[in-house]
Design a protein around this ligand. Structure first.
Ligand code: CA
Length: 250
């Protein structure tokens, strides 16, 4: 999951960032409204955490600009103000949730999970796709109840496939999701991760393939997995990777 925190109070921004990073999210921070709006133009965030009192503009103006740009990214507003009027104003301007400072890290994380679920029309924090389950809170993937051992990056790919199930996800989106726009390796690395995931899932499910390749467009997850022939398991592999690329896929 990738989040943007727009907050000028450095200690609060750091606290939120470290809570998010501990939770396994990629997290960007912006200290002004204009910086935040720029970042939203370039990246697809799963959620934005927005402080109302920023040095260059009011958070409500930022909210309005996000919504006027047709972005549906869920937004949690943070504020020291807590009158009913303030809350109503933010919710009317397009905020999805409102949290009054000071707030607990646990409550913030719970609210992030809740708005991301709502934004993606998920009713529970466990995404079920046939015999496959992705538990977003405990970060566990199981097939027929057996847990698959995944690395952090492999889990991040499964999380994105699950949250966006039914959609075709371009390789660029996976890279953004995994690396958060920083030191991104070549797109081919995504094929390597997918290949590893298919092998792990096939091994535990008796050869089922859940991830479909949409040629030239990306990957999607299947509601009804098919049994994948053993020798075709690697046919989606592209050119061989360099040692550095292989290292960064592990
Ligand atoms: Ca502030």
């Amino acid at each position: 999951m990738r989040l943007l925190v727009i907050e000028d109070e450095i200690l609060i921004a750091r606290g939120i960032r470290s809570a998010c990073v501990d939770e396994g999210f990629a997290c960007h921070t912006a200290q002004t409204g204009s910086e935040g709006l720029e970042m939203i133009k370039f990246y697809d965030y799963d959620a934005v955490i927005l402080d109302l009192g920023l040095p260059d503009m009011n958070g409500v103006v930022i909210l309005e600009r996000i919504r006027n740009s047709k972005k549906k990214t869920p937004v949690i507003v943070l504020s020291g103000l807590s009158t009913v009027d303030d809350k109503v104003r933010c919710l009317s301007a397009g905020a999805d949730d409102y949290l009054t400072k000071p707030f607990s890290k646990i409550e913030l994380l719970a609210r992030i999970y809740a708005i991301v679920r709502r934004a993606n029309c998920l009713h529970s924090s466990v995404i079920t796709i046939g015999p496959l389950s992705i538990d977003l809170v405990n970060r566990i993937v199981t097939i027929y109840g057996s847990e698959i051992s995944l690395t952090g990056k492999e889990y991040a790919i499964m999380e994105l496939l699950g949250i966006k199930k039914g959609s075709i996800i371009p390789k660029e989106t996976f890279l953004n999701h995994i690396y958060g726009g920083l030191d991104e390796p070549d797109l081919k690395i995504v094929d390597v991760f997918i290949c590893k995931l298919r092998k792990k899932m096939a091994a535990i499910s008796g050869g089922l393939n859940f991830i479909e390749t949409i040629w030239g467009r990306g990957y999607t997850i299947k509601e009804n997995p098919e049994v994948r022939a053993r020798n075709s398991a690697d046919k989606d592999q592209v050119e061989p990777l360099s040692i550095e690329e292989l290292k960064s896929a592990s």
